[in-house]
Ligand binder design. Structure first.
Ligand code: G3I
Length: 300
């Protein structure tokens, strides 16, 4: 969610505070939002979100400390030496995780570090520091906020495939070397009818390593125009996603990537697609909302 969801989008803040027990900032804690110029920090938007969450007894998932995207140019184009970039990363983590210390349930420490074939994505971090930036980012975050659960987060890792297996192998390696990692986030940006039959098995293999798993950015995009049968399919898809998580005790939560269809990133980024969330453009509950609500009320 964004701070605008709380401040200027009609009934959305009421939905946030009535329906959810954990929230995630969509953009407010990203590097370009908090440190657009070196050493100059701005936590205003993040604070608004965290304060609202605390007032309503909600946990906060912090998103995200080290990511190649929404990274200011001074970092990505800075031509820093390895030692300098490591210090820059550590300073950013110290300031950001330090500012929110004790208020964050879980941090997405690193985000989207893999290519689809499971190789390490090319970024300023990987090309300057090699793979070591990952372990370092976890160590730095743990040192500054030891109570936060620390996650690696990615997309297209919901099924068992080359990318999720690379993630599996990396977290196994990190655990073996004593790196403080607690969880794996599957973003779960899906399209209608694209539910992965092996989602539960995939969650289970990570859980078997002793890690928590969270579905961190769920949405299910519909090819427009929307009709009743697509909404019914979407409801079934949402239900399957939640069922897979509910079936595994170490699957600790499901986060939807926005509240109202009207403000979803899908509208801006994915032409011809939309309506991916639980509430429609006018904040009305969709069939997917009802399906999830019924499923969850049966589990309490
Ligand atoms: O804040 C500026 C504003 O000042 C400016 O006027 C406006 C003009 O375009 O842009 C605003 O920034 C936009 C920002 O969202 C805030 O609305 C960026 O252009 C836009 O690119 C950015 O998109 C975000 C996207 O990440 C960037 O990669 C989406 O809102 C956000 O939902 C999306 O979230 C990501 C997760 O972090 C990681 N996983 C994938 C997911 C979907 O892409």
């Amino acid at each position: 969610m964004s701070t605008a969801d709380l401040q200027s989008r009609g009934g959305i803040s009421q939905i946030v505070n009535r329906e959810f027990d954990c929230v995630t900032p969509e953009n407010a804690m990203k590097w370009d939002a908090v440190e657009s110029a070196r050493g100059q920090y701005n936590f205003r938007e993040g604070d608004i979100l965290v304060n609202n969450a605390q007032q309503h007894g909600q946990k906060v998932r912090g998103h995200t400390l080290v990511w190649h995207s929404q990274l200011p140019h001074w970092v990505s184009n800075g031509h820093f030496s390895a030692a300098e970039l490591r210090t820059i990363m550590q300073n950013h983590i110290n300031a950001t995780a330090g500012h929110f210390r004790g208020k964050i349930y879980a941090w997405d420490v690193v985000n989207e570090i893999f290519n689809e074939d499971g190789t390490l994505r090319q970024s300023v971090f990987s090309s300057t520091l090699g793979k070591s930036f990952v372990a370092d980012a976890f160590r730095y975050t743990h040192a500054v906020d030891p109570s936060a659960k620390l996650y690696i987060n990615d997309y297209n890792v919901e099924g068992i495939n080359a990318k999720s297996t690379a993630m599996y192998n990396l977290v196994k390696e990190l655990l073996a070397s004593g790196v403080p990692i607690n969880g794996v986030g599957f973003q779960t940006h899906l399209s209608l009818g694209q539910m992965h039959q092996d989602l539960q098995r995939n969650i289970e293999r990570f859980a078997a390593l002793g890690l928590d798993v969270a579905l961190t950015e769920v949405d299910i995009a519909v090819h427009l125009p929307v009709d009743a049968s697509k909404l019914a399919q979407q409801a079934r898809d949402y239900e399957s996603v939640f069922r897979a998580c509910l079936a595994v005790p170490r699957c600790v939560g499901v986060t939807v990537w926005g509240i109202s269809d009207r403000y979803s990133w899908i509208i801006q980024f994915s032409q011809g697609n939309g309506a991916p969330l639980l509430f429609d453009d006018n904040n009305r509950e969709k069939p997917a909302y009802t399906a999830v609500k019924n499923l969850l009320s049966g589990h309490h």
